[in-house]
Design a protein around this ligand. Structure first.
Ligand code: HEM
Length: 259
């Protein structure tokens, strides 16, 4: 029975290139280790979501530059939902035991999350630019070129700062505190600022969950990329995109005598 499907028309698998997608999970362990499939699939899923986040961030910057603050804030809401998926997904990998990971870990040396070009692109695009991180991509000319372009390019921070300036504010703690004390008349900017701090917070939550998972799986061992492992990753918890938004909170108080 064909259920009326016309075999000459575009299909689900044809549109999504499912056959191609399913060719991409090539285990390196031999004989194949059961959990290596999960390890590959989960990283590929992350890379697809990173691609989508980069796409959304470019759209957000464009909207802010065009004064479409609500449009940019709406897309940030989508990014938050993706970030929550990225965080939740780590617990799937935590079902892999340390011994199971060790059974194929040697096969992926010296590949490492350090070489996730899209993760670094995401950091550069929002405004966390560390040129030394490009060194990890020396052997991949395409990734290196994309990262260098991102290093030279406009960031979400730039777009937010310019927008605030056009509206009589700036991306500094005192100015943001002024906005928070009296958001009336600038509600769009206030909602954007809240969406930006949410993005920042969710990125840190991902970093924290990743380091917890790393410790659970490899303890205090060094990473395959040559870093000290969990202790290096803990230093990244302090990376904030919009430190000014966080600092502004310390400047806020209720003026009781005005009540
Ligand atoms: C068993 C699972 C995992 C372990 C043991 C692990 C371990 C590590 C370690 C030790 C590092 C530090 C760099 C190094 O020396 O290699 C690192 C970095 C990184 N990992 Fe993982 N990881 C795991 C899963 C994942 C997953 C699923 C992702 C998703 C994309 C991921 C993304 C990253 C990224 C983006 C970095 C760079 C972080 C930064 O420099 O701020 N890792 N990982």
């Amino acid at each position: 029975m064909s259920f009326g499907l016309d075999q000459t028309k575009l299909t689900y698998g044809g549109y999504l290139r499912v056959d191609d997608l399913l060719k991409l999970q090539q285990l390196r362990s031999s004989p194949p280790r059961h959990d290596e499939m999960l390890f590959i699939v989960i990283h590929q899923v992350y890379e697809l979501w990173f691609r989508q986040i980069l796409h959304e961030l470019e759209g957000i910057i464009r909207r802010l530059d065009e004064e479409d603050v609500l449009g940019g804030t709406r897309l940030l809401g989508r990014v938050h939902e993706i970030q929550k998926v990225l965080i939740a997904q780590l617990s799937v990998l935590e079902t892999m035991t340390p011994m199971e990971f060790l059974s194929f870990r040697d096969h992926l040396m010296p590949a490492s999350g350090f070489q996730s070009a899209q993760f670094r692109e995401m950091e550069f695009l929002v405004g966390i630019k560390e040129p030394r991180m490009v060194e990890y991509h020396a052997s991949d000319a395409g990734a290196k070129a994309r990262l260098e372009a991102r290093l030279a390019g406009r960031t979400l921070r730039d777009a937010v700062d310019d927008l605030l300036r056009r509206r009589g504010y700036a991306l500094d703690a005192a100015s943001v505190a002024r906005l928070y004390r009296a958001p009336e008349g600038h509600v769009e900017l206030f909602l954007l600022a809240e969406a930006l701090i949410e993005f920042d917070e969710l990125l840190t939550v991902w970093r924290f969950r990743h380091v917890q998972m790393v410790e659970r799986v490899i303890g205090g061992k060094p990473g395959t990329g040559g870093s000290s492992g969990a202790s290096y990753l803990r230093t990244t918890l302090d990376k904030r995109i919009f430190a000014e938004l966080w600092d502004a909170r310390s400047q806020l108080e209720i003026a009781h005598d005005a009540e």
